[in-house]
Design a protein around this ligand. Structure first.
Ligand code: ATP
Ligand code: MG
Ligand code: MG
Ligand code: MG
Length: 563
């Protein structure tokens, strides 16, 4: 590509609401332009990157045996009534009417449509297993579209759906998709983790998310440093009551006397008045403030409270050892205990008040029931609950958990028969009997990946593309092409020669001053830059610099191709 014939539209200023690096850089590089909230136009430059991602996703899906197809983005209400999701999906579903007042939705996903296709097309077990996929626009009316294409309303997703006669067959395809995803994100040059995810309301047997690690990520994941264990935080928390907390490495220290306000806040939040509380312990732990409120109306706690009576006041500060001595439990994690309403624990971490109530010790998440606090207050806080913290023992007993932030770029899910049952999608089995099909679904956020890659790889000057995603691999920058025809000709020859070697290059023949030209190439993240100048021509060398390096070096053309 010759830049003089391209539309490169880098800008200096970006809107103040562009909060994260990828959003700012995609706007500055001119990759995207906002049309309306959560709606973006992909510029010619942006599209080159998007297509790179799409191509790798397609190649690996094909390699894994999936078959590409294309389904409409507009889907009829009737189908969504059949699955029960017309009412259940909620406000993310954009509903529209045609001129005949027929109702439709804009596809947020395509389980209904693909299951409808499958029930009409697949008749015999001999046609199974089969895995259909598409790379198609989706729309979700996100409550808070933000971060540009990271959480857009319209976005590009690869969605695959597999159909099986048996659970074993589903498990095989699921494993193949998992491996395909590992290959995709590895080829894309991303640092990522596959984590266990909750199968939640949909049910199903297994689910994993693929999370690109980045501090700006909206998700949190927990992973062990001593085993393969990795889960998103919701999933990790569902297991939390079974996690034994190891003794913190750093000893807890006495802290200043808490203000009344702190105690009142704590008690208020718990819906336990200070009077009801026999003792409140506030402890500074590694992760912030830990408060233990002990009620006096419970046998076990009376014993504990009895020991605590030796401590000075209603509200006391104590070291972890003191608490251990007084209550027989370490702060930060108490349970399982006899009565669900006896010992609430508050953990204040990262300046936010996060709460957890350890009640019954069940591992299925039902420990969040309980009687001693305001139900609604609790439910509104449930998204904030953090019962798993850095340093916990891994649930598999191997290693210690670390918490990191992630961007969900892929999600694989064993659906089971939910949709096949609702839409009556069956095939004839070996014995001639009709059998419901078993399904899996596998999504990748193609457009989100572009932003996620930038979050992971950028510096003050701009984007640092992994080679596989770069709009071009090499930039050939020509100094003063208009006045120096021989320099221009040499650059043109180099550009041609790169192309003949199968190396995607961009020729910056716009005639910009070197500073502006280099700044643009750095901003848009081209991995390799070669400068063709009068001086270099005389010396018989090219000035080469890799993106991210601070020094240029002189290379011959042969040396350049050997890189
Ligand atoms: P999130 O938790 O980020 O809202 P999700 O779990 O709702 O995502 P899925 O239904 O699993 O998303 O869809 C598959 C993939 O589509 C996700 O893993 C993600 O990469 C991508 N995706 C989902 N919502 C958006 C969005 N609003 N903008 C861009 N990509 C998205
Ligand atoms: Mg979502
Ligand atoms: Mg999600
Ligand atoms: Mg998901």
């Amino acid at each position: 590509m010759r830049l003089s014939q391209f539309h490169l539209a880098t800008v200096k200023e970006v809107p103040a609401d562009a909060e994260i690096a990828s959003h700012r850089l995609m706007l500055r590089a001119g990759m995207i332009r906002r049309l309306a909230s959560g709606l973006y136009t992909w510029s010619p430059l942006g599209l080159r990157v998007l297509r790179k991602v799409e191509t790798i996703v397609r190649e690996e899906m094909d390699r894994a045996g999936a078959i590409e197809m294309l389904m409409p983005t507009i889907q009829p209400r009737e189908l969504w009534e059949e699955s029960g999701r017309w009412a259940k999906f909620g406000p993310q579903l954009l509903k529209i009417k045609d001129r005949k007042e027929q109702e439709f939705c804009y596809a947020p996903t395509a389980e209904e449509v693909v299951t409808d296709y499958a029930r009409n097309e697949l008749k015999s077990y001999k046609q199974l297993p089969v895995n259909f996929y598409q790379i198609q626009t989706k729309f979700r009316d996100e409550i808070r579209p933000r971060f540009g294409v990271m959480r857009a309303r319209e976005f590009l997703m690869k969605d695959a759906y597999s159909f099986h006669l048996t659970q074993e067959s589903l498990a095989e395809t699921y494993a193949a998709m998992y491996q395909a995803y590992v290959r995709i994100f590895t080829r894309l040059g991303l640092t990522f983790r596959a984590v266990q995810a909750d199968t939640g309301a949909i049910g199903g047997n297994a689910s994993h998310e693929f999370q690109v690690l980045a501090d700006s990520g909206e998700d949190a994941i927990a992973f062990s440093d001593g085993s393969d264990y990795a889960a998103n935080l919701e999933k990790a928390e569902a297991l939390a009551p079974t996690i034994a907390r190891p003794a913190p490495a750093a000893a807890l220290q006495r802290i200043d006397t808490p203000t009344q306000k702190t105690i009142a806040d704590v008690s208020g939040f718990l819906k336990v008045s200070p009077q009801q509380c026999v003792k409140t312990l506030l402890v500074r732990g590694r992760d912030g403030l830990v408060a233990l409120c002990l009620r006096g109306d419970h046998e076990i706690n009376e014993v504990k409270a009895g020991k605590l009576a030796e401590l000075p006041d209603q509200s006391v500060l104590a070291s972890e050892e003191e608490i251990l001595a007084a209550t027989g439990t370490r702060p930060g994690f108490i349970g399982p205990v006899g009565l669900p309403d006896s010992i609430p624990v508050i953990v204040d971490r990262d300046a936010a008040v996060l709460a957890d109530f350890v009640c019954g010790g069940q591992a299925d998440g039902s420990h969040y029931t309980g009687a001693n606090w305001d139900r609604d207050a609790r439910i509104t806080r449930i998204a904030d609950l953090r019962n798993v913290v850095e340093g916990d023992l891994s649930p598999d007993g191997n290693g210690v958990l670390h918490i990191a932030r992630g961007i969900e770029v892929g999600h694989v899910f064993q659906l089971g028969q939910k949709y096949a049952e609702a839409l009556k999608a069956s095939v004839i089995d070996e014995t001639g009997k009709a059998q419901l099909m078993t399904m899996g679904c596998y999504g990748i956020g193609v457009s989100r990946i572009v932003a996620a890659a930038i979050e992971q790889r950028h510096d003050d000057a701009g984007i640092l593309w992994p080679e596989a995603m770069a709009p071009w691999r090499v930039a050939v920058c020509v100094i003063n092409p208009k006045n120096l025809p021989e320099v221009s000709a040499a650059a043109e020859a180099l550009y041609q020669s790169l192309g003949q070697h199968g190396i995607e290059a961009v020729l910056d023949d716009r005639g910009l001053r070197p500073g502006g030209m280099f700044a643009d190439m750095e901003l848009i993240g081209i991995p390799h830059r070669v400068v063709v100048s009068d001086r270099g021509l005389t010396a018989g060398t090219l000035e080469y610099r890799a993106r991210g390096e601070s020094e240029s070096r002189a290379l011959s053309e042969d040396e350049l191709f050997a890189l």
